[in-house]
Write a protein that binds this ligand. Structure first.
Ligand SMILES: [Zn+2]
Length: 235
């Protein structure tokens, strides 16, 4: 549920917390990595309404979150369960996310999911591993997703010819259970999750930070947000 604003100064101070100074070579590697326009940690080129909001907070004490407008979001084209509180700009990104989700689901299962399972949206808190940074959840600018529920196919629905019979009925695709699945219908669910993640990473107009099972603490969910930086670590 965390994002990683990995600047050299943050990395050095984190190192210090765990004892002593980092070797100079490590510092040089961090600085060079931070300065390169690599996709994993890069500055977005577009603008976003929450870009100017201060994310740096005192490391200790009660977390105070900036006053941002929040709306209740239930999903526009696919139901979000439970519904969440998000900033209006982030709701627009979620709407675009739903359309990518519908496309990928229809390609693989012949129909869109009936429900997106959320583990949380707005939550005023700091990033546990980086206590001087406000979590994007504290701005209503992030979502954690654990699963997708599909209803039964309709009688006249055009389904992929090779879709196993069992997937004509209701089923759920769960990130914890299916991300690494490599047999039976689990393999199809893995393909669905990986294709969805790949399509979302390709888009620069939906999410800027995309974390998933490849990132520590994210075995059971995708974390998507619109931080003023880009970090991609899903696979
Ligand atoms: Zn999160």
């Amino acid at each position: 549920m965390n994002q990683l604003p990995l600047s050299p100064s943050t990395a050095v101070s984190t190192w210090r917390r765990y004892g002593g100074r980092p070797p100079i070579l490590v510092v040089i590697v961090w600085v060079v990595a931070f300065c390169l326009p690599i996709d994993a940690i890069a500055k977005p080129t577009d603008t976003y309404s929450l870009d100017g909001v201060e994310r740096i907070i005192p490391a200790k004490g009660k977390t105070k979150c900036p006053a941002v407008e929040l709306i209740t979001y239930k999903g526009n084209t696919v139901k979000l369960a439970p519904s969440g509180r998000v900033n209006e700009e982030f709701a627009k990104r979620l709407d675009r996310f739903e359309s990518v989700l519908i496309d990928v689901a229809t390609e693989i299962y012949g129909r869109p999911p009936k429900r997106i399972r959320s583990l949380g949206t707005y939550n005023c808190r700091r990033i546990a591993a980086y206590p001087t940074y406000l979590s994007e959840h504290g701005l209503g600018n992030a979502i954690d997703i654990s699963a997708f529920d599909f209803g039964p196919a309709k009688k006249d629905q055009k389904l992929p010819a090779d879709l196993p019979k069992t997937l004509r009925r209701s089923f759920s695709v769960n990130i914890l259970k299916h991300w690494d699945s490599d047999r039976g219908v689990g393999k199809i669910h893995q393909e669905f999750l990986h294709t969805l993640a790949t399509r979302l990473i390709e888009r620069d107009d939906i999410f800027r930070v995309l974390l998933g099972p490849g990132f520590p603490g994210h075995k059971n969910h995708f974390h998507f947000d619109c931080s003023p930086w880009r970090i991609v670590n899903v696979f």
